[in-house]
Structures are given as C-alpha cells and as structure tokens.
Design a protein around this ligand. Structure first.
Ligand SMILES: [Zn+2]
Length: 102
C-alpha cells in the first residue's frame, strides 16, 4: 500500500509546522532562521509528523538533507509536488534575503 501524499501533507501538517517553527525558530544545523520543518526519518520512509521526528531547518540545510534522503529513495517513489514547489519558492526568498547582506 502506498501512502496517500495528499493526506500526509494536509491541514493538520500545516498546523503542526506552524507551531513547531514558533517553538523552534532556528535551523538545527547552522543557527540561521528556520523556514522549513525537516522529518528526521523522511515521510516516504515511514516517518511521522510526531515532534520527535521533526527538526527546524533553513532552506539551504534542508535542501542538502533532502538531496541526501532522495539518494536513498527507491526510484519508483515520487516526491510530493507540494514539497518540491514550496522548497523552490522558499529557496528563492532565502537567497534574496541573504543577498541583501546582514
Ligand atoms: Zn541551516
């Protein structure tokens, strides 16, 4: 049985994500402002939205981890469209923010 992606990334996830980012606003890897929630064990490998499976990350660090996760992924499984599009949009925002200098 394949998990249903639309149910995995539904409104409950949005609420969890928002709450988690307000509790843990900094990237666990670099300490920059976090805008992404990473699943320590990826959802496509059976990870859940439980707080113990989540960590805050900035777009850059999340992108690095996602690429590593994807390398382990079976070729027939597909990344949910929402994850891809959000990541691309956030990445552009992030690059613009950094481009202004701190
Ligand atoms: Zn980071």
């Amino acid at each position: 049985m394949k998990p249903d992606r639309s149910k995995v990334y539904d409104y409950r996830w949005r609420a969890i994500r928002k709450k988690f980012l307000s509790n843990y606003p900094l990237c666990v890897r670099c300490g920059h402002e976090a805008t992404m929630i990473d699943h320590i064990l990826p959802v496509f490998e059976g990870g859940t939205h439980d707080e113990r499976n989540l960590q805050s990350m900035c777009v850059i660090c999340h992108g690095v981890k996602t690429r590593k996760d994807l390398r382990r992924r079976k070729p027939e499984t597909k990344l949910p469209d929402e994850v891809v599009s959000v990541t691309e949009i956030e990445k552009k925002k992030f690059i613009r923010a950094w481009g202004r200098g701190s």
